[in-house]
Design a binder for this molecule. Sequence first.
Ligand code: FES
Length: 414
Amino acid sequence: MVSIPFYLSRKIEKSCLDCGFCEDHLSCPGIERCIGCGACVDACPNEARVLDEILVERRLVKIKVDGESFEVPERITVLRALELLGYKVSRFPGEGDLSAPCRTGGCWACAIIVDGKLKRSCITPVRNGMSIETRRAEVERLEPLRIVSSFQGHSVGGVGTPYWIKPKGLFSRYIEVACFAHGCILRCPTCQNWNVTYSSRGEPLTPDRAAEIMTLERLRWGVHRMAISGGECTLNRRWLVEYIKKLRGLNRDEHARFHVDTNAVVMAPDYIDELIEVGTTDIGPDVKGLKLETFMRISGLKDRELSVRLLETGWRAVKYLIDECYGKVFIGIGIPYNPKLISLDEIYLIGEKISSWEPYIQVCALDYRPEFRRKDIRRPSYSEMVQVKDTLEEAGLRCVVCQTVKGLIGPGKV
Ligand code: FES
């Protein structure tokens, strides 16, 4: 037996609306068998789950890690067990002995080998007799996996879709096919795709299988553009690079476009280079504020140190894209707007910063709507979005489009 702090999920009855998301969409042993992964806490749209730290006695189970035998407490995740054994676990992809960026079971970046099969360390419970392999060389012998869903035609595109093919006003036609990678490192309270982002059930796909499905969808919808969004599609680098490579291999015609829609917060320059090298043609990074407080408000992150790192990485990615990739690939930058989340003064500063690097780059202001945990905000009005457009143009930007209640406006006069 061992007595150390454990975590257990608890339901706040008065907040729970019985929406069923935690029961139907999370890969979870159930609240009575809770392993303290915390995925339900992040996923609940009504914030009706909390993690309690408790001090109880737990039995020990025997496991093998990288060939060595250990004893760890039962009813914890494999990730926690590895941490207790001294493995360095990083939130930032690709660092430490193991990185676990989403921690809700969607991205599979934390995958290790358990009894010969790839498993997500962040949500898999330790079990007596389990054999775990963490060494990267061994893990990378297996094909990477990721949950990707909702392959479908899209009429609006993303921020990395050129404005001239986006439908104007409320008229729409299909211009892209898109799929959505589960899992995100951010916790945006206005997440528009939260039910995909936090869903951890469903068959994970290999890059080959996802590329095949996307290619069939392209034919079905009769479009040339193939987008991947999320969640956050860049969290699992090995998977994404392989996926784009396969997709490119299956779509060799000159019209095919491969679009990565991203918050860019984990995109180092070498990652951007690699994505372009394997065939990415369009990249749409989102900037979620210039000031740290704004970024933390929009991203929902509470960890200041992590937020500084992600905010800086995102802006560095935007600068690198402009300096080194503009002209090689299409770049469109997303800027969020809602008066409850970001001020017009900060919007101006963002515009000024981007225009000092490249005034003609496409930027798309997004009217953030009431979603997920921020149902209290109201969608910005048409005239507010016109004001955002004017502000970005005053800051020196020459290609500003805005998502509004009346559809897309800009660039130029409205
Ligand atoms: S960190 Fe485990 S699935 Fe994303």
